[in-house]
Design a protein around this ligand. Structure first.
Ligand code: IMP
Ligand code: MG
Length: 175
């Protein structure tokens, strides 16, 4: 299935390179812990981590707020926690998209209690129009319209994550 691309592979690659440069500018040679929020951040984290230097550790968390629904339920549950301690580390939370911001603001509250040296947010996409919780994104790929998108990690009920580009899900394409 081919959908018209909202963001092409080349545009995504360019944004990932830029974000890596911004991170290197801010953190220099300091060790970094990238914490990917599963599953949507999968490709972004994989590509971003390979643009950063040697001193990069990777871990994952999984939270649930949507189920198979396209709207945030507003309830955030930690399904999988990190294995690596955040204490005194430069942590960058890696997200696919910040929509309402509910998931992220909840996670930030939890992670701040674990005494990281610094805690930053990298998100490939943001839908500012949809925001209900106030969150500051340190590294952002693209601001996008308030439409449901799929590809490059983002799914519709687990479909379309593996599209190499990002597309607005055409109406009627849902399972
Ligand atoms: P928030 O709590 O509303 O900010 O929800 C963030 C999470 O919802 C993201 O990490 C995605 O997993 C999911 N999400 C939000 N918007 C979309 C979308 O347009 N397509 C696919 N998943 C989305
Ligand atoms: Mg997500």
């Amino acid at each position: 299935m081919t959908f018209p691309a909202l963001l092409t592979e080349a545009e995504i690659k360019c944004a990932v390179d830029r974000i890596a440069d911004e991170i290197k500018r801010d953190l220099g040679d300091q060790p970094i812990l990238l914490v990917g929020i599963l599953k949507g951040s999968l490709y972004f984290l994989a590509d971003l981590s390979r643009c950063l230097g040697e001193n990069v550790a990777i871990d994952f968390m999984q939270v649930s707020s949507y189920g198979n629904d396209r709207r945030s339920s507003g309830v955030v549950k930690i399904l999988k926690d990190v294995d690596i301690s955040l204490e005194n580390r430069n942590v960058i939370l890696v997200e696919d998209i910040i929509d309402t911001g509910i998931t992220l603001s909840h996670l930030l509250q939890v992670l701040r209690t674990r005494n990281p040296k610094s805690l930053r947010i990298a998100s490939l996409l943001s839908k500012t129009e949809a925001r209900t919780a106030n969150v500051e994104i340190d590294y952002l790929g693209f601001e996008i319209p308030n439409k449901f998108v799929v590809g490059y990690g983002l799914d519709d009920a687990e479909r379309f994550r593996n599209l190499p580009y990002i597309a607005i899900l055409p109406t009627g394409e849902s399972v």
